[in-house]
Ligand binder design. Structure first.
Ligand SMILES: [Zn+2]
Length: 457
């Protein structure tokens, strides 16, 4: 095990001594170039095509070539295939039984494109392509009424008939779907060989309870597939709130806790690297699974133990959600393009980086102690393939954001003398020769099981 005893001055010495092996820059010009390939015009064309299907309700028609979910999923499949030979495009098909909001047995298909990397570990960019319209829309739901504000939506009386009532779903979630398609194009045509495998996923049956995402996440879990990150985009295309307040300069990123959960580390990564490559846009991490009374497909991945965050526009117009009025004229394409650029930067930065170091021992305990003096912070970790350096992060154990960072060399342990491990949270990320940085692996205190005290009656 290579070892560094680090006072700050010593670390700086070590840094210059290892200069040839150290990253020379934080930003990779290939990522900058890739981000620049995101096209607002192409997003507009994709949104208008998605709108043209009239509805993409999971229970809508499958036998038309122009209308309903059957036509929509085939078009998404063909569109991703058209981006070139590097993408492996497929349907991920399930037979969902009648239950809850699924009023009859139905065949449901996620549509995905895989861009293989050097390793099997996966990073997802996703949205849901299905749509829904209900009486009163989301504004009616918010007000606790149905039909007070929205257009009346007629559902078929026969539950076995296709539900083809208008539900264009251009923002919910044509925005996330078009973003996913555009990034499938940009990544697969970039010429970059990524370390991680990228998956561009268009989920189905989100509106009936995250069903497409749950079924896929469960299958991945059962197959032992490693998913390092899911960037889920749902309602990310409109900057004008229904109350008239406009915010085209920021995006919210929801992440479930606790505070150093894998999803929170992913949200921190999104903010750090998204804003480095797209400084004109502000990433606002939100320490919460989602908005009140709302859900999204990232939560399905969380349920199966995967790191997943939900991107949400900053100001929503509830009058246009789950409502026939969710049409193209409610979109802000320049804003959607900015959100797509943030996704592109984050996914590329993560897919080029080494995997995160392992900081837990075989029993799941963090490899941190007070050695050698008994009053020091002593951190060890397992080396990551491809890493030439590691970056240590720390902060007060009262607060969400990393406050300090220090690049150390190609070592697997470090010591901060006279430093209270009990008052700080530490983490470590792996860094490669070009400065690509992994997710941060945090040193967490173990959860202690409560044992009952035996008493004598
Ligand atoms: Zn949605």
């Amino acid at each position: 095990m290579r070892r560094a005893v680090v006072a700050v001055a010593m670390a700086v010495c070590g840094f210059s001594r290892l200069a040839s092996a150290q990253p020379v820059t934080d930003l990779d010009p290939r990522i900058t170039n890739l981000v620049g390939q995101v096209s607002e015009e192409r997003l507009v064309a994709l949104l208008k095509k998605l709108e043209s299907f009239g509805t993409r309700n999971t229970l809508s028609s499958v036998d038309s070539t122009t209308h309903g979910i059957g036509a929509a999923r085939q078009w998404i499949f063909d569109e991703m295939r058209s981006y070139g030979p590097r993408l492996q495009v497929s349907f991920d098909t399930y037979k969902i039984a009648k239950q809850g909001r699924i009023t009859r047995d139905v065949e449901a298909r996620n549509v995905l494109a895989i861009l293989p990397g050097r390793s099997q570990r996966r990073i997802y960019i996703s949205g849901h392509y299905d749509t829904i319209a209900v009486n009163g829309g989301q504004s009616g739901s918010n007000a606790g009424t149905r039909g007070r504000d929205g257009i009346v939506v007629t559902q078929p009386a026969d539950p076995n008939a296709p539900n083809d009532s208008p539900a264009a779903g251009v923002n919910d979630d044509g925005s996330g779907t078009s973003l996913t398609l555009e990034l499938a194009r940009v990544f697969s045509q970039s010429g970059i060989e990524f370390d991680a495998t990228l998956v561009f996923m268009c989920h189905v049956a989100e509106e009936q309870g995250l069903m497409g995402a749950k079924l896929h996440a469960r299958k991945a879990k059962e197959a032992g597939i490693r998913i390092d990150a899911v960037l889920n985009n749902d309602i990310v295309g409109n900057q004008r709130g229904g109350n008239g307040i406009v915010d085209g300069g920021s995006i919210r990123v929801y992440a479930e806790g606790p505070e150093d959960s894998p999803s929170r580390e992913l949200a921190r990564f999104v903010q750090r690297w998204g804003m480095r490559y797209v400084p004109s846009h502000t990433v606002r991490p939100i320490a919460r699974p989602d908005r009140f009374s709302r859900g999204g497909d990232h939560s399905a991945y969380n349920q199966y133990g995967f790191a997943a965050v939900g991107f949400r526009e900053s100001r929503e117009d509830f009058n246009r959600q789950h409502d026939p009025r969710d049409t193209f004229d409610g979109l802000s394409p320049a804003y959607l393009a900015q959100n797509a650029r943030v996704n592109a930067a984050v996914a590329a930065a993560l897919a080029l980086a080494p995997p995160a170091p392992v900081v837990l021992n075989d029993r799941g305990q963090a490899n941190i102690n007070r050695a050698p003096s008994g009053y020091d912070a002593h951190l060890t970790w397992t080396a990551s393939p491809g890493a030439v350096a590691y970056r240590i992060f720390w902060r007060s154990a009262w607060g969400p954001d990393w406050q300090h960072e220090l690049l150390v060399g190609n070592v697997t342990e470090t010591t901060f003398p006279n430093t209270l491990i009990d008052d700080l949270v530490f983490g470590v990320a792996a860094v490669d020769t070009l400065g690509h940085e992994s997710l941060v692996a945090p040193y967490l205190s173990a959860v202690i099981d409560s044992t009952e005290v035996k008493t004598i009656p």
